[in-house]
Design a protein around this ligand. Sequence first.
Ligand SMILES: Cc1cc2nc3c(=O)[nH]c(=O)nc-3n(C[C@H](O)[C@H](O)[C@H](O)COP(=O)(O)O)c2cc1C
Length: 216
Amino acid sequence: MTVTHREPVRFLVFSASLRTGSLNTRLAVLAAAAIRANGGQADVASMRDFDAPSYNTDVQDNEGFPAGADRFRASLTACDGFVICAPEYNASMPGALKNAIDWVSRYKPQPFNELHGLLMSASPSMGGGNRGLWSLRVPLEHLGTRLYPDMFSLAQAQHAFDDLDQIADPRLRDRFAANIENFMDLVEASKHYPCVKRHWVEYLGEHPEPELDRVE
Ligand SMILES: Cc1cc2nc3c(=O)[nH]c(=O)nc-3n(C[C@H](O)[C@H](O)[C@H](O)COP(=O)(O)O)c2cc1C
């Protein structure tokens, strides 16, 4: 389903794969198209834009932030929410992605704090790379990202796209579309509807308190 009107919402969309021919990049292209079809702005980036040397405090102190970290920070700061399509490497996230997160976590203000995020993956395996997304939730939630509870993982992804590069299975295609649309509704509500309670709490039943608020 596509919406006819939506308040302005802007999303960063990128695949965390560095390789050409990436399955996750194909999924990211679909995510950006779905965002645009639902009235949002999608800024598509490449992991190559954000790639950086291994994090080292000496380098940060003596040389400052690398260009990839500057670009990642700028892209995060410009958006209302992000979609990452991340490969699973050894049941976790790719090292390049964790390294990029580590670099931007050192900026002040810390750009992930209170930003909305949606996680997706594609893999030739039956699990679709879903374990990698669970590992990715840990640093992102630690940094205060408002991660959408639902995630989308495309299993046997080398066979999952049709000739038009759409998700071939109609039920999976619908689920993918609903995931994006529901996430967009949440980000739109959070940004534009002042009646929405802005506090973010970690556990159901936890009441917002200044002492528990995340530091930047
Ligand atoms: C170092 C490495 C580790 C991998 N580990 C896993 C894994 O744990 N689970 C999985 O589903 N796929 C794993 N794969 C396979 C990737 O899912 C597959 O290469 C996928 O196509 C990578 O994403 P991309 O196509 O977007 O580059 C691994 C691949 C590499 C290179």
